[in-house]
Design a protein around this ligand. Structure first.
Ligand SMILES: Nc1ncnc2c1ncn2[C@@H]1O[C@H](COP(=O)(O)OP(=O)(O)OP(=O)(O)O)[C@@H](O)[C@H]1O
Length: 224
């Protein structure tokens, strides 16, 4: 579903170019949940930005659903809206919207009718265990509940690829385990590929496979 080949990324620090990713290659199949691990600064977030079509300035080739990855901002925006879902460490919900409205957002961007958006958002929030919190705003929810809303938002449109950056890092142990179980269940059920950057060994152990980065290179790839 997703193949990336020989990805390189440099940042300019002063007058020098610093290589943050060098010759990184790999692939993700539909319905596969892959952990992206490695020490702080190894390049995980940088790779997620590139594979999430948020950073278009990189070397190498990416193929998504057997097509070349977008190289222009409008094409990248379209791909993100239509095919990708995102989950962040700090949830990034819209604070003035209810849980239900937050989950409706990606469907609104895809042009669904309000009735279809409502039905899908309610079904998805019920699936993540938040049927009683549909009308709550993020501030009234716990961290674990907010992250479950964020997962519902990322997956409600059945995206081909979900990019998750440290989704359990802000959560207590029990909420983290719920989020891990939920991601795994939804990934396998929906057929979305999930790439999750994580320092959490329980998350990595729940994934189908691990890609390990060190100093911007792939150190090893192993079954979890
Ligand atoms: N905008 C930038 N300009 C210059 N250097 C950057 C920039 N963004 C990231 N870097 C550098 O790139 C390297 C990789 O950063 P990245 O955030 O991808 O690592 P990471 O593995 O996600 O780390 P962490 O686990 O701490 O989130 C680091 O050395 C970082 O300082």
């Amino acid at each position: 579903m997703l193949r990336f080949n020989n990805i390189g990324k440099n940042y300019a620090v002063g007058k020098q170019q610093v290589a943050v990713l060098q010759g990184v290659s790999g692939e993700l199949a539909a319905g596969e949940m892959v952990a992206l691990c490695g020490p702080s600064g190894s390049g995980k977030s940088t790779l997620l930005q590139i594979l999430g079509a948020l950073d278009l300035r990189y070397q190498g080739e990416i193929e998504f659903a057997a097509k070349p990855f977008p190289r222009t901002a409008p094409a990248a925006t379209l791909l993100r809206r239509q095919q990708l879902g995102f989950i962040f460490q700090r949830f990034n919900l819209v604070p003035v919207l209810t849980a239900e409205e937050n989950v409706m957002l990606p469907l609104q961007l895809r042009g669904w009718s309000t009735e279809q958006q409502l039905q899908a958002a309610r079904a998805m929030l019920t699936q993540v265990g938040l049927a009683a919190q549909l009308q709550q705003k993020p501030a009234a929810l716990s961290g674990g509940q907010q992250q479950r809303v964020a997962i519902a938002r990322a997956m409600v449109s059945r995206p081909a690829l979900v990019i998750a950056d440290e989704p359990t890092a802000s959560l207590d142990s029990v909420s983290a385990q719920q989020v891990i179980n939920l991601l795994r269940e939804l990934c396998h059920q929906s057929g979305s590929a999930v790439l999750v950057a994580t320092h959490d060994p329980r998350m990595a152990a729940s994934c189908d496979r691990t890609i390990r980065l060190h100093d911007g290179r792939i150190l090893m790839e192993a079954a979890a």
